[in-house]
Design a protein around this ligand. Structure first.
Ligand code: BG6
Length: 437
């Protein structure tokens, strides 16, 4: 049996309840040799039983997932002084590892890191890893500060900076699709590609997260992380070596080479003002952003890059679209044929879709765009693991491929700061909920 101690700061938060705990249960289910001892830390006045009821809401507890709780208000000095005792009370003698999951506001990361390093001896007998979640700061400066605070207490090899988009199957498969298919990699450049679009459209509004969201907005909530991370996998050059360092370097280079020339459209859904009235009346926070980027990399010079995300839009969907250039006039000039497109659907379905022009049965003279679709989830009825299962699994295995380096985040923040600066004086356009904006 392998025992793992998982300490979740922000244990009663949304992420913990909706994502982390179910993911740990699923991981325990998949491997009967695993036992998770979870310590949730939060302000709510629960005992262990109350914590369990809060998380499971009537569902049965997993026999190999122990749920324990520690009340602590991290804002208060000395709140984590009894952390060691709480861990000692639940941890078996020889755990295989400890994971500290920082699911709190980033402002607490430094304080938590300090408490962990003071309380919990880091040794060679089992691993100690820290998983930190976005948002990593609110600008480059705050990011640099919090990252330095983590690095002050832990080695880079212990820090796992998570972005759950990297754990989505389609996103994780981008490099395999590119580098194992010369068909794509040969045309993966500005000679062939007109435009790259990365889009995440959501139908839901901000809801209960208004306090967080109003200070964040679509650019910092989505573009700085999920969209830029996904884009970096599309744009990056092949890593020099088959290791995580080279891989991260190639991603960082791709982000650093992005140029923003002020081409941006922002919006706010109608009704947002009512939601925000109590905390920030007249808020200018954007719930939609569409921006154009360009790359200084010779490979991509001339290709237009579009990032788009928004809440309360018409459709719930996320995809990457590679639109190829149109052929100059050839034998089929008389038809106004659309360009070929490769669309990698991230959700709701995880599809690879290639549009080509072809004849439909019986139509000898006419050309029509048709889709070639590979849908792994439909074809193999595979039960793809939820992103947080993948994040936790990879962290347990010590595999850092799906986690980000500080340099990548630094580059992403530099770009994000420039984008944010460009809209400082601008009010977002109000859009009607449920439309294609
Ligand atoms: C989160 C953002 O990181 O990602 C949310 O904070 C957003 O605002 C969510 O809704 C989208 O993730 P997914 O996996 O549902 O596409």
């Amino acid at each position: 049996m392998k025992h793992y101690t998982i300490i979740i700061f922000g244990g009663t938060g949304d992420l913990s309840r909706r994502k982390l705990i179910p993911a740990l249960m699923a991981l325990a289910d998949k491997d009967p040799r695993r036992h998770f001892h979870i310590l949730g830390i939060g302000r709510k006045p629960f005992d262990n039983k109350g914590f369990e009821e809060f998380l499971l809401a009537g569902k049965e507890a997993h026999p190999r997932v122990g749920l324990h709780y520690m009340i602590a208000d991290i804002e208060k000095n000395g709140a984590l002084e009894t952390l060691q005792e709480h861990i000692a009370a639940i941890e078996p003698e020889e755990p295989a590892g400890r994971i500290f999951y920082l699911a709190t506001a980033y402002g607490f990361f430094g304080k938590i890191a300090e408490s962990i390093s003071r309380c919990c001896n880091i040794n060679d007998r089992f691993f100690t890893r820290i998983v930190a979640e976005k948002p990593f700061g609110s600008d480059r400066e705050s990011f640099m500060k919090l990252d330095a605070e983590l690095l002050d207490r832990f080695g880079e090899d212990q820090i796992y900076r998570a972005d759950h988009y990297l754990a989505k199957d389609t996103v994780d498969n981008i490099l395999r699709t590119r580098f194992s298919n010369p068909l794509f990699e040969r045309v993966w450049n500005s000679r062939a590609v007109e435009r790259i679009t990365v889009a995440v459209h959501e139908t839901m509004g901000v809801g209960e997260r208004i306090n967080y969201y109003d200070q964040t907005g679509a650019i910092k909530d989505m573009v700085q992380n999920h969209l830029l991370q996904t884009l970096s996998l599309i744009l990056m050059r092949a890593p020099d070596r088959q290791n995580v360092l080279s891989f991260r370097k190639a991603k960082t280079d791709a982000i650093r080479k992005l140029k923003f020339r002020g081409e941006i459209r922002t919006g706010q859904y109608g009704g947002y003002q009512e939601e925000v009235a109590n905390i920030n009346p007249g808020s200018d926070t954007e719930t939609f952003a569409e921006l154009k980027l360009h790359s200084r990399d010779r490979r991509w010079r001339g290709t237009e890059i579009v990032l788009r995300t928004g809440k309360k839009l018409k459709k719930q969907e996320a995809y990457i679209e590679i639109a190829f250039k149109k052929e100059p006039c050839n034998a089929y000039c008389e038809f106004d044929l659309p360009p070929n497109k490769l669309i990698l659907h991230i959700q709701p379905l995880e599809n690879v879709e290639l549009t080509i022009n072809s004849t439909l049965p019986g139509e000898k003279v006419k050309l029509t765009p048709v889709k070639m679709i590979y849908c792994p989830t439909c074809e193999f009825r595979a039960n793809t693991p939820e992103s947080y299962e993948v994040i936790l699994e990879e962290c347990i295995r010590g595999n850092k491929r799906l986690f980000m380096s500080g340099r990548e985040l630094d580059a992403a923040w530099q770009l994000t700061d420039r984008v944010r600066k460009s809209i400082r004086q601008r009010k977002p356009e109000i859009y009607e909920p449920g439309i294609d904006f």
